[in-house]
Design a binder for this molecule. Structure first.
Ligand code: NOJ
Length: 561
């Protein structure tokens, strides 16, 4: 049996940043914690839970939008970039949140939604009032086609045409999302200057950075049929960097559904002066149907999943930086999608966390993930609130899909799975509100809730806490070279991370049954179990039998193997 010769590895030539060791927690304010009983989460509610987040160990909160908004898309339709939505609180509440979070070593990252505004934004109100209004060119207008219809066949992400006719001026405006979210025209330098001014205003209030909504769309050139990755996208981001956060030590993460490993290096490469990292979605979209997208997901395939993670880990090994996430407010719950919510809820939730958090990159936790919250079992379309789900329901049912089939699909893939209230305790409404919640609480709150988990050192929550802590203390987790093993094995995920004399070996079983694996010679190692979801394992022999959803990580000293 051969053993690898100990090889001192050079410390990577990477510029070390504070956000390399950070774990980010996403708060969806509407569903996190309601302090005043109106059924909608709010900023004072978030403040009241900062101690909870501090004890979890996270050091950054990404706050989904809290700005003034008609809430057509739950705040991703902003009508005043410098105002706070009254249901969430006031600017004074926000400043208090920043200060209280800072006292606990937590930074606040705001959601920058500048691909589009709300149709109630004063710029759009002005723009639509006449074709020669000075704000007209803040948005994207086109005359009707020669036949008098839509300017092009471009579709909105939420279903239906991406153009809406504005009767007052007889022209169409572009909206890649809902008709109440008109797209800004980034080719107009005044638009860009306004956005940068606004960003600096927030940065001056002490925020820790920005998550940038659909940032890959801002360089669109609609007449050429280009929406994502337009020719000037990176010029705009470099300009934005120069004009705003470039001189400040903040975290920036762009949502980029179109990102490839090559373009990710353009966004996050060390000499590019653009963003810290992007959210790339290949591990999500690879399971979408070619025609029906997420509404008809393909069966889960571990070999394919490992290939995608491996590709990204390798592509950004020397330059750029990965974000690591299973879920967010647009995606179904991780344990429902990739784990097992009936027989092995706790084991599979911990396994998923282990696999993700020990890769190279900055991990993001979506609220409730740390307690293993699951998808919803809704039975009627009336229980859904999400604009995308409601639009798709109308379109799919019109096209002949049975309403029951649609509900089944929505319970598996719809965005409201992530948006049911945070389950704090077994109190009514899961302790989220004393009133009537804006969306129903998942009925499993009596068993799945934070209160029962925070003092239980075997809970999913405690497992997350341990993972977050490990990242703070082990450079190999932050910077170690990633290598995957057993790529063609359909049931287990095996990878190692190596830095100087340390090697971390991670093994995970993605199945609800035992799996026995023959291990590669190089991984017959002995070490210290840093984390595991069954008992501690301290050596890997020629074969390993993993229990259902078992995962563990062994830290080995290469001098001693
Ligand atoms: C992406 C956001 O994550 C999603 O929630 C939103 O609906 C769209 N962008 C439009 O802003």
């Amino acid at each position: 049996m051969s053993q690898p010769a100990p090889q001192p590895l050079a410390t990577p030539a990477i510029d070390r940043k504070w956000w390399h060791t950070a774990t980010v927690y996403q708060v969806y304010p509407r569903s996190f914690c309601d302090s005043d009983g109106d059924g909608v989460g709010d900023i004072p509610g978030i403040i009241s839970r900062l101690d909870y987040l501090q004890s979890l160990g996270i050091t950054v909160i990404w706050l989904s939008p809290i700005f003034t908004s008609p809430m057509d898309d739950n705040g991703y339709d902003i009508s005043d970039y410098q105002g706070i939505a009254p249901e969430f609180g006031t600017l004074a509440d926000f400043d208090r949140l920043v200060a209280e979070a800072r006292k606990r070593g937590i930074g606040i990252v705001l959601d920058l939604v500048v691909n589009h505004t709300s149709d109630e934004h004063p710029w759009f109100r002005e723009a639509r009032s006449s074709t020669d209004n000075p704000y007209r060119d803040y948005y994207i207008w086109r005359r009707p086609s020669a036949e008098g219809g839509l300017p092009s066949a471009l579709e909105s992400t939420f279903g239906g045409p991406a153009w809406t006719l504005d009767p007052q001026t007889g022209e169409y405006y572009l909206h890649l999302f809902s008709r109440r979210q008109p797209d800004l025209n980034w080719e107009n330098p005044q638009v860009r200057a306004e956005v940068y001014r606004m960003m600096n205003w927030w940065l001056d209030r002490g925020i820790a950075g920005f998550r940038m909504d659909v940032i890959d769309l801002i360089g669109k050139q609609v007449d050429a049929g280009i929406t994502s990755d337009g020719p000037h996208l990176h010029d705009y981001l470099q300009e934005m960097n120069r004009e705003t956060f470039g001189s400040r030590d903040v975290l920036t993460v762009g949502e980029a559904w179109s990102a490839t490993p090559t373009s990710a290096l353009l966004y996050s490469g060390r000499d590019r002066r653009e963003l810290s990292m992007v959210f790339q979605f290949e591990h999500v979209t690879q399971f979408w149907d070619q025609t029906y997208g997420k509404w008809r997901p393909r069966p889960f395939d571990l070999i394919a999943l490992k290939a995608v993670f491996g590709k990204w880990q390798t592509a950004l090994a020397e330059d750029g930086w990965n974000s690591l996430f299973w879920v967010n407010h647009d995606l179904p719950r991780a344990v429902s999608r990739y784990g097992d919510t009936t027989g092995f809820h706790v084991e599979s939730a911990k396994m998923l966390a282990t696999v993700l958090h020990l890769m190279k990159g900055t991990p993001f936790i979506y609220q409730g993930e740390e307690i293993g919250m699951t998808n919803v079992p809704f039975t009627s379309i009336d229980q859904y609130k999400d604009i995308e789900t409601l639009n798709m329901h109308r379109l799919h049912v019109e096209a002949g899909l049975s309403p029951d089939d649609f509900i089944r699909g929505a319970n598996e893939s719809g965005r409201d799975n992530a948006r049911t209230p945070m389950q704090w305790s077994s109190a009514p409404q899961g302790g989220f509100t004393t009133g009537s919640p804006w969306i129903e609480v998942n009925p499993n709150f009596a068993t799945v809730n934070a209160e029962t988990q925070v003092d239980d050192d075997q809970s999913i929550w405690s497992h997350y806490r341990k993972l977050i802590d490990l990242r703070k203390h082990h450079q190999v987790i932050v910077y170690g070279r990633y290598q995957s093993w057993l790529d063609q094995h359909p049931d287990v995920f095996v990878y190692s991370r190596t830095l100087e004399g340390d090697r971390l070996v991670v093994l995970a079983n993605f199945r609800p049954h035992e799996v026995t694996v023959t291990m590669p010679d190089e991984l017959h190692v002995q070490g210290r179990c840093l984390i595991g979801n069954y008992t501690d394992m301290d050596r890997i022999g020629e074969t390993v039998t993993l229990r259902p959803y078992e995962a563990f990580a062994l830290l080995c000293d290469l001098e001693k193997v």
